[in-house]
Design a protein around this ligand. Structure first.
Ligand code: HEC
Length: 260
């Protein structure tokens, strides 16, 4: 097997190689412009096949222009930037020499401003939610002292407290993380008609308790100093009514009684 290598329409190969083999093509002997590399493989039976690779030679310096593209429609005065780069024959290729200092394109600015606006909006929304929390808590407190809480009063607050304070460990769907944070679905303390363990775990924290045969490596931190009686009652009721759980509800008074 051999490969005859031709340039353009030459009838004599400029190189004959035994594949696979490296060879050099010196473009400096070619004129600038379009050329074609033609490889003809000949096997031992004399059967041949041919492959053509068109290419362009430019041994002078390359030219880059920013500010005007092919066939642009323009008016008035144009601010253009031109750069030329090239290597003498035999120089090695240096990428930094072909970097033309172009201005930052408009789309990059638009993208940057879009991301910035999104970030600012996100922060504003976060702050708004933080302000809203004590407000809802106050409403619930008023309702609780007046008439006794109804479902609608604690439902929103309970979901909010759970989402902000508990879901990082017990997960928003209540399933916990196996072996790390217990599931609150069918959890004995959550389903217990006597809410003492459930409330105590939240206001005083919990560690070392074996739950359904599993002992958990880390403690549950206490939230008594962070959450009001109404907020604890609301999150307890949330857990007692979510994810298929169905256990008797508690009041802020039940929580207050276990504070000490
Ligand atoms: C930092 C992670 C973490 C956070 C946040 C957290 N818990 Fe826990 N929770 C745990 C761990 C760990 C346990 C198991 C502790 C043990 O068994 O000793 C647990 C146990 C419980 C239990 C079972 C109590 C029992 O006696 O079986 C309940 C109910 C509970 N958590 C509710 C909540 C509520 C409500 C919140 C939010 C106010 C909350 N948890 C926030 C980690 C957490």
């Amino acid at each position: 097997m051999r490969i005859d290598v031709y340039i353009d329409d030459a009838t004599e190969p400029f190189q004959t190689i035994t594949p696979p083999e490296r060879f050099n093509l010196d473009t400096s002997i070619l004129s600038d412009g379009r050329h074609e590399l033609r490889l003809v493989a000949v096997d031992s039976d004399g059967a041949t096949s041919e492959r053509r690779v068109p290419f362009t030679v430019q041994n002078g310096p390359a030219i880059a222009v920013h500010g005007l593209r092919d066939n642009d429609t323009v008016a008035g005065e144009l601010a253009l930037l031109a750069n030329a780069y090239g290597a003498r024959a035999g120089d090695t290729f240096e990428p930094t020499r072909i970097e033309t200092p172009a201005p930052i394109p408009t789309w990059a600015w638009v993208l940057f401003l879009g991301i910035f606006a999104w970030g600012a909006g996100y922060v504003a929304l976060e702050l708004e939610q933080r302000d809203a929390l004590p407000l809802v808590a106050n409403n619930a407190a008023v309702a609780a002292t007046n008439t006794g809480a109804t479902a609608a009063d604690w439902a929103e607050l309970g979901a909010q407290v759970y989402g902000n304070t508990c879901s990082s460990c017990h997960q928003i769907a209540g399933g916990g993380l196996a072996g790390v944070f217990p599931s609150l679905i069918d959890n004995p303390a959550v389903l217990d008609p006597n809410p003492t363990d459930h409330i105590n775990a939240i206001i005083h924290g919990l560690s070392g308790k074996v739950i359904d045969g599993v002992s958990y490596p880390g403690p549950m931190p206490p939230f008594g100093g962070i959450l009001s009686d109404e907020e604890v009652a609301a999150v307890v009721n949330h857990e007692r009514t979510q994810w298929g759980n169905n256990a008797p509800l508690v009041t802020a008074g039940d929580v207050a009684a276990l504070r000490n």
